[in-house]
Design a protein around this ligand. Structure first.
Ligand SMILES: Cc1cc2nc3c(=O)[nH]c(=O)nc-3n(C[C@H](O)[C@H](O)[C@H](O)COP(=O)(O)OP(=O)(O)OC[C@H]3O[C@@H](n4cnc5c(N)ncnc54)[C@H](O)[C@@H]3O)c2cc1C
Length: 506
């Protein structure tokens, strides 16, 4: 059916049950789960780009870390008494175990064929130098070693042992340097782009549709339904979709669309964009010596998720080593966005919190400025902190994805910068959207379980048995059940062809 939109343009009209805006890992995960839970539910995904996973979910735009709290120090918080609180790391790990269960289920069903196209065993390591940092890492290890989620983790302050885990860290390093390192062989590298495309293939095979080259411009309430309007990016006819539910999985553009919908829950938010770059090498001699993701400690002012790390990657089946991301500043909310994204996002309800954040985060602002001005020599120096014998001639700089960090009012009404993700739900659960970027793609499955609870509460009891088949440990704590934790991790590792949680001997 074709509807008049204006005097000059006509639009295709479609009715569906759920419309999902954006073809990244979040929409793809939700569409996949819905198709598992109710095969009769019609879903339509609308994407502005010519293909899926062209923004943050693209493997070149993120770091591909299967975030499980094994190596990222921003999830392990140092306490005033010198101990380390690892509850956040454990929580991220529990979430990643749910994601692994979804993947294992899809492999067992035959929906995903070859897990090594999207997940590969890549030990997760944390490496620090200097007495203070080593003392912190040791305290973190003390807090983690008895937790069943970290049963395979090892720790060393011995350069020879660390060199056995990954030689690049130690070769050329002064022997008297104090070093500390944790090593977890159960870590993984994940190609979220392959996963997004595979999920969408499964969803399309089940009779749902993905429409590319349509950019959603408006979401408006229409009684008990929503009208979603999109323009064709190539100048063709537009689209009007009537749907009972809307999910805004538009990455950095989600906030704008949520605000256009008029739901009060989207008020008060702003976005702080942070861009990034990776140094990358495909030199065989480097790749052959490095099969790990090595995270370090953040510099003063650095946003936690921009701590550089030296990563073995498998992208589209090819092996690389990447170092980064180097943070930067750009007003765009998407990599394929506009330089007007930031100024056009200013509203009367978010301008004060955004200015407060700029004022209260001067170390971050100055860190970003310093990163933009980083000379190749300083980039090499940063790389050499991890890989002392690195030669810049072997490395090329590539652009990473854009992160749109959340600015939100706290209880006292002040703007604060947040580094996590946040689900915004309005109009009785008929519209929702995801803001923020971290830990992101690794936790897409549990994030979407949270969405089901809020937006599909009426159906949830009917769906629980199927959800229990897909993610059997949903609602239980693996950290409190060593036997279940070991069994679950071993089972998913076997199905996914990755390293099982072999317990350490000491
Ligand atoms: C530098 C960097 C490193 C990261 N590293 C990791 C990591 O190691 N591990 C991890 O788990 N996560 C990581 N993340 C986070 C992770 O990449 C994101 O959380 C995840 O990819 C977000 O998925 P998404 O589907 O919400 O968004 P995206 O993948 O950005 O998808 C949004 C989609 O919406 C489309 N869109 C936008 N506006 C419209 C519109 N108006 N109409 C139609 N379509 C629209 C876009 O074109 C895009 O395709 C990283 C992110 C960055 C930037």
């Amino acid at each position: 059916m074709t509807l008049p939109l204006s005097n000059r343009q006509s639009a295709q009209y479609i009715e569906t049950d759920v419309v999902l805006i954006g073809a990244g890992i979040m929409s793809a995960t939700l569409a996949l789960l819905l198709s598992e839970l109710d095969p009769n539910l019609r879903t339509l995904i609308i994407e502005r780009r010519p293909g899926s996973a062209e923004e943050s979910s693209n493997p070149w735009n993120n770091a591909g870390t299967g975030h499980a709290g094994l190596c990222e120090l921003n999830y392990s918080i140092e306490q005033p008494d010198g101990t380390v609180d690892v509850s956040k790391a454990a929580n991220i790990n529990e979430q990643f175990q749910l994601t692994r269960q979804l993947w294992a289920y899809l492999v067992e069903q035959g929906s995903l064929q070859n897990p090594q196209t999207f997940i590969n065993s890549t030990p997760h390591m944390t490496f620090v130098t200097g007495e203070d940092h080593v003392a912190y890492l040791r305290a973190r290890w003390d807090a983690m070693r008895d937790n069943p989620l970290f049963a395979a983790m090892r720790y060393s302050e011995n350069q020879t042992e660390i060199a056995e885990w990954t030689p690049l860290l130690i070769a050329g390093r002064a022997t008297e340097t104090t070093v500390g390192c944790s090593y977890d062989p159960t870590g993984s590298d994940v190609d979220f782009g392959v996963l997004t495309k595979e999920y969408l293939r499964i969803v399309a095979d089940r009779g749902n549709e993905v429409m590319y080259n349509f950019e959603v411009t408006d979401t408006a309430s229409a009684g008990k339904s929503w009208l979603v309007k999109a323009k064709h990016t190539g100048g063709g006819h537009g689209l009007v979709v009537k749907a009972k539910k809307v999910f805004v999985g538009a990455g950095g553009y989600a906030l704008h669309l949520l605000q256009r919908s008029g739901i009060p829950e989207a008020n008060g938010y702003g976005l702080f964009p942070i861009s990034g770059q990776f140094l990358t090498t495909s030199k065989r001699a480097v790749i052959a010596q490095h099969n790990a993701k090595v995270y370090g400690k953040a510099s003063v002012g650095a946003p936690p998720m921009s701590v550089p790390h030296l990563d073995a990657r498998v992208i589209d089946g090819e092996h690389y080593v990447l170092f980064g991301p180097f943070a930067g500043s750009s007003p765009k909310f998407l990599k394929h966005g506009s330089i007007f994204d930031l100024p056009l996002s200013l509203r009367t309800h978010n301008i004060v919190p955004m200015l407060q954040v700029a004022r209260d985060n001067l170390p971050l602002v100055s860190y970003l400025a310093s990163q933009i001005l980083l000379s190749p020599t300083k980039q090499l120096a940063a790389l050499q902190q991890f890989y002392p014998e690195a030669d810049l001639a072997d490395w090329t700089m590539v652009s990473a994805g854009q992160r749109a960090q959340i600015i939100k009012r706290d209880a006292a009404g002040r703007g604060t910068l947040q580094f996590g993700t946040e689900l915004v739900v309005g109009a009785g659960g008929t519209i929702s959207g995801l803001l923020g970027a971290s830990p992101g793609a690794s936790t897409a499955a549990p994030i979407m379980l949270g969405l089901l609870e809020k937006c599909f509460a009426d159906q949830l009891d009917t769906w629980r048995p199927q959800l229990a088949k897909i993610m059997p440990t949903w609602g239980t704590s693996l950290a409190n059940d060593p036997v279940l934790a070991a069994a679950t991790m071993s089972r998913t590792a076997e199905v996914l062809g990755i390293q099982p949680p072999t317990p350490r001997h000491s």
